[in-house]
Each structure stands twice: as structure tokens, then as C-alpha cells.
Design a binder for this molecule. Structure first.
Ligand code: AMP
Ligand code: ZN
Ligand code: FE
Ligand code: FE
Length: 285
């Protein structure tokens, strides 16, 4: 039986394990296959892939993009098999998105300072290191500055929509994110639909809209999906001919309680899914 985890983050973005440490942790948990899906960067892929191969862990290159659709500004798209030779545009776009993340982090710090939190941008950047800077880094700096008692409080009090430090990403249309992944030779998958602040009618409208751009899958078995959401995703997968994928969204210590290989309902995915995610884009053209 294959134990796969197709949604994970490393220090290349906002996880706390380096790409090679992540591979070692996956092996220690007995995983058969792993995809690394850092936010807006492919910089961890090479090291993870080189470390996984000789140790018998199947590895798939991935990425996670943050996009918007209508009023929802947290539509996340996973891209798989995006390490091919045709991904120059994706790489260029990633540099621009990372630059935008840096500007956004400056703006977040400015807003938090105005709200009276003694936080500095240097402290946030120290948390991010060489990784693509994001809210988990701001959250850690907030805790260190005494602005929150823990990561969860840092988010709920300061970093989610409607709170003083929340700044949305520079707008990227969800359809454009799918198109960019496809142009890089990848398969685009709608990440954790259960997290969308949309009712099921709007969620299906989003799925339908993205299918016209060549959406290839839906992340049905995201670790924190409940049974009803999994069932809805499976229905969408059948209705729109999408692959049903799954992953833990592991971030190491930046997401306590989420372990590698944790999937909704304890489901196990078939190894063939990794083949399909690695090759389907080419086959669909
Ligand atoms: P960003 O891309 O900078 O908006 O950060 C998104 C990341 O923040 C996600 O991948 C999660 O790891 C984390 N995150 C988002 N919302 C929350 C939350 N409410 N509590 C804890 N972590 C969160
Ligand atoms: Zn993240
Ligand atoms: Fe996400
Ligand atoms: Fe993620």
C-alpha cells in the first residue's frame, strides 16, 4: 500500500524542515511518495529530489500558488510536474511573486507597528531566512515580540482577514495561475477547497471556471477536510473528470498538529496518482 503526501512545505517557503530534512522525515514516517509544494518557489526541489531518489522515496516536483477569484482572495493552486525544461515563465513569475511577498511583509509590519506591536521587518526576515516570506514568519516574529502568546493566536488576532495585520497577496487571477502551471508542463490542482470562504454553489462555479483553463485535479484528501467536504470533492472529481489528490500541508513546527502523511479520513492514495500528476499535462495537450 502506498502512503503518499502530495502537499508539503520546506524552508524554501514557510516550513521549518529543509528539503533534505523533509525527505528524511518522510522516510522515517514510512512514506512511499512525496511532493514538495512550496509557495511561489521551486528552490527546494533539486535538493529534495536528489536526496529522495537514492533512498527509494518517489518524489514529485510541485509548487503552491496563491490566487484570487471574484471576492475570494485565498484560492490556492498546486502545480505538479513543473520542473521540466519549459518552465522558464513560471520561474520568472515566481521571482516576481516572491518580490511581491517581500513588499507585502513590509506592509504587514507597518500595519502591526501602527497597531502598537513592537515588531520589526528585520525580525520577520530573520524568521524567513532564504525562504519565500509569508504570514507564518510574521506570526513567529509576532510571538517573539510579545504580540501574541502563540502562533495560532498570532494568526487569529493579527493575520487573518478582518484583523490589523492582514494584507492580501498581490492579485493573481486563479485562471491565470492554472494557465501558468499548464504552460510549465504541470498539472494544476485546486488546493484545500474546504478552506474557501465560498458556499458549495460558488465553489463549483470556481471549479467549472478553472476546468476551462485545464484544471487537472482537486485536493479532496487535504488533512483537515471533514467527511462532507471529501465527499463533495469526490463528486466534483467525478463530474468534472479531475484527479482526486491529497496531502497533509505539512509545515513542520509552523503548523503544529499536522504530521507528514496525514490525509483526510486516513485514506491512502495509489502510487499511480503520482504518475498521472507527472504526465497528464503533456497527455492532455
Ligand atoms: P501566506 O501565503 O503568507 O498568506 O501564508 C499562508 C500560510 O499561512 C498557509 O500556508 C498556512 O501555513 C498559514 N496559515 C494561514 N492561515 C492560518 C491560520 N488561521 N492559522 C495558522 N496558520 C495559517
Ligand atoms: Zn504555507
Ligand atoms: Fe494553501
Ligand atoms: Fe500549503
Amino acid at each position: 500500500m502506498a502512503m503518499l503526501d502530495l502537499h508539503t512545505h520546506s524552508t524554501a517557503s514557510d516550513g521549518t524542515l529543509s528539503p533534505t530534512e523533509l525527505v528524511d522525515a518522510a522516510l522515517a514516517r514510512g512514506l512511499t511518495g512525496l511532493a514538495l509544494t512550496d509557495h511561489d518557489t521551486l528552490s527546494g526541489i533539486e535538493a529534495a529530489c536528489a536526496h529522495a531518489g537514492p533512498r527509494g522515496l518517489r518524489f514529485l516536483a510541485g509548487i503552491e500558488l496563491s490566487a484570487a477569484w471574484q471576492g475570494e482572495d485565498s484560492v490556492h493552486l498546486l502545480g505538479y510536474g513543473v520542473d521540466g525544461p519549459q518552465n522558464a515563465d513560471l520561474r520568472a513569475a515566481c521571482s516576481a511573486w516572491r518580490a511581491a511577498r517581500l513588499d507585502r511583509s513590509t506592509e504587514m509590519v507597518a500595519r502591526l507597528q501602527r497597531a502598537g506591536v513592537p515588531i520589526t521587518h528585520a525580525a520577520v526576515l530573520a524568521q524567513a531566512g532564504t525562504g519565500a516570506v509569508g504570514r507564518p514568519h510574521v506570526a513567529r516574529a509576532l510571538v517573539a515580540a510579545g504580540g501574541a502568546g502563540g502562533l495560532q493566536e498570532a494568526f487569529s488576532r493579527w493575520l487573518v482577514p478582518g484583523t490589523p495585520g492582514y494584507v492580501p497577496h498581490a492579485r493573481l487571477e486563479a485562471a491565470a495561475a492554472v494557465a501558468t502551471i499548464r504552460a510549465a508542463g504541470g498539472v494544476a490542482v485546486l488546493a484545500h477547497p474546504g478552506r474557501l470562504a465560498l458556499d458549495t454553489k460558488a465553489r463549483e462555479a470556481l471549479v467549472t471556471a478553472l476546468c476551462t483553463e485545464g484544471l487537472g485535479g482537486i485536493e479532496a484528501y487535504w488533512a483537515q477536510h471533514d467527511a462532507a467536504t471529501v465527499a463533495w470533492c469526490e463528486l466534483m472529481a467525478a463530474r468534472h473528470r479531475l484527479l482526486a489528490t491529497g496531502g497533509s500541508d505539512f509545515h513542520g513546527d509552523n503548523k503544529p498538529g499536522v504530521e507528514l502523511g496525514m490525509l483526510a479520513g486516513g485514506v491512502t492514495l495509489r502510487l499511480e496518482l503520482m504518475d498521472a500528476l507527472g504526465t497528464r499535462a503533456a497527455a492532455k495537450d
